[in-house]
Design a protein around this ligand. Structure first.
Ligand code: SAH
Length: 246
């Protein structure tokens, strides 16, 4: 009895040690993609022109494989886009990083994304700021991405099912807006909901083939436009299409 009493602290210490080691190792086992993700960051991102340390860290953190269906998981860190539900796509990692980098988000800023899709881009934005709002027009995708984000603990991402052409009036103004579907013009409500000095990234141009990733900065209420790169995105539907043909 005496021996047990005197060795009790040592016993609990050892039990605690084993438990901690088990926790750490099981955490690593539950993410078998850490190495692939690191390679993606060094080769596809830092190896090109992604040099914002915070963006690289964000891309190294978000488990992209959990935003695609199980049959695509092994390809989640490859250098190309992947299909998600309803004929939509999750962009190539490089494009996600490029769009994030060109917004130049600072911690505490409020950002709006149009086109939630899988929720992956929103999760990347959530690594940089705690105020992320995202709008998705397809109900299934809005429901599913919202669930995925919740399951992964992204409590700071707010998903809304609506036509993102109209932005998110109740939450405006935003420091930055990222549009991840293509339109042939800048939706005026988005420009209105942008703060003075705010940044908006949008694939602009023909919605069927290629577009130009365009960075718009609001200066004295007017858009100042900079072309970033050629891109290919799925089209923005809803009001954007009506206005296009009308
Ligand atoms: N950012 C997403 C991928 C975007 S794919 C991700 O990280 O997975 C483009 C998305 O834009 C699709 O989900 C599509 O349904 C959505 N979309 C198209 N038109 C829209 C609109 N008017 N408003 C909001 N979302 C729209």
């Amino acid at each position: 009895m005496k021996i047990w009493a005197s060795s009790r602290p040592a016993f609990f210490f050892l039990a605690f040690l084993f438990f901690s080691v088990w926790l750490v190792s099981s955490g690593q086992e539950s993410d078998p993609y850490i190495k692939k993700r690191k390679n993606m960051v060094s080769e596809q991102l830092a190896g090109r022109d992604i040099n914002d340390r915070k963006v690289l860290e964000a891309m190294a953190k978000v488990p992209r494989h959990l935003f695609v269906s199980p049959s695509y998981r092994s390809q989640a860190y490859e250098d190309y886009p992947l299909p998600i539900d309803e004929g939509q796509t999750i962009s190539q990692p490089y494009i996600v990083a490029l769009m994030t980098q060109c917004l130049g988000l600072r911690s505490g800023e409020k950002v709006l994304e149009i086109g939630t899709g899988s929720g992956y881009q929103a999760a990347v934005l959530a690594q940089l700021t705690d105020k992320v709002f995202t709008v998705e027009i397809r109900e299934n995708l809005a429901t599913k991405s919202s669930q995925t984000l919740k399951n992964l603990g992204y409590e700071n991402v707010h998903v809304k099912w609506a036509d993102g052409y109209f932005g998110w009036e109740e939450e405006a103004p935003f420091d930055a807006i990222m549009v991840t579907c293509a339109a042939n013009h800048i939706p005026p409500p988005l420009l209105n909901q942008l703060k003075e000095g705010g940044r908006l990234a949008i694939p602009l141009g023909s919605t069927l083939y290629f577009q130009t990733l365009t960075l718009v900065t609001k200066v004295e209420g007017k858009p100042r436009v900079k072309h970033i790169s050629g891109v290919r995105f799925v089209p923005m539907i809803g009001e954007a299409e009506k206005r296009k043909s009308g």
